[in-house]
Ligand binder design. Sequence first.
Ligand SMILES: NC(=O)c1ccc[n+]([C@@H]2O[C@H](COP(=O)([O-])OP(=O)(O)OC[C@H]3O[C@@H](n4cnc5c(N)ncnc54)[C@H](OP(=O)(O)O)[C@@H]3O)[C@@H](O)[C@H]2O)c1
Length: 254
Amino acid sequence: MKRDTKTALITGCSSGYGLETARHFLAEGWNVIATMRNPQRDLLPASPHLHVLALDVTRPDSIAQALEAAGPIDVLVNNAGVGLFGAFEATPMSTVRDIFETNTFGVMAMCQATIPRFRQRRAGVIVNVTSSTTLAPFPLVAAYTASKTAVEGFSASLAHELRAFDVRIKLVEPGYGPSTRFTANGQQRMQGLIPDAYAPFAHSVFSGMGQATALTRETDVAETIWRAANDTTDRLHFPAGADAVALALARRQE
Ligand SMILES: NC(=O)c1ccc[n+]([C@@H]2O[C@H](COP(=O)([O-])OP(=O)(O)OC[C@H]3O[C@@H](n4cnc5c(N)ncnc54)[C@H](OP(=O)(O)O)[C@@H]3O)[C@@H](O)[C@H]2O)c1
């Protein structure tokens, strides 16, 4: 790790948007602490600027160990997240809580553990990755949308209290990216969440998603996280990907 180079710690780097974001920051010459639940060192190009660490954002001991091992960081990217597609009435509350554990409380816990360091240094940026589901309502993702919308409200409030210490908060809102492991990683959790009564509706939603032309690529998200991390204004929202950018524009015109 180079001492005079900026350092980003990124959660959920084993696949998808997080992995590409780690690649992007490395290519930009930053030090990258790529964190994963199960560290795999061969996913990213070998580099003296890369440090791969174990981190499960739902476990306080894992958060403390990873931050201790990481040393000083300039940017925290809370990218780790899990998906959930299904009819809400069929979704066990234990599953809803699981989603919040990672997508919402995991983000909050990472922020709480990092803020004291940023505050003392009077510098630092937190980038929270939410979703285009916060820009417009989509069907059959009510619990997931709730978990991400909570992060949007949380971040907007936190931005105010941290501004006095020159610590910035950014929200990156990716659109639908079928090329990541998002759906595969959620498959088991989603079993049985489309009861027969919802099947025709779910079928029409799935075929609509299959026909979507505006999608989000991993590189869209990585580039947007990079821009957000380097943005020195008070701008909070950064939609990422053609579909998310279109939704954000439509919302502004309402
Ligand atoms: N793809 C989409 O359509 C889409 C759209 C909007 C927003 N997003 C958001 O974008 C982010 C990245 O998703 P993706 O599409 O790149 O999906 P992905 O390929 O499934 O990547 C998600 C990452 O999060 C990690 N993760 C899950 N639970 C974790 C935990 N408890 N602690 C630490 N890491 C954990 C996964 O690690 P493991 O390998 O250990 O499971 C994986 O590395 C998520 O926050 C997601 O909600 C995705």
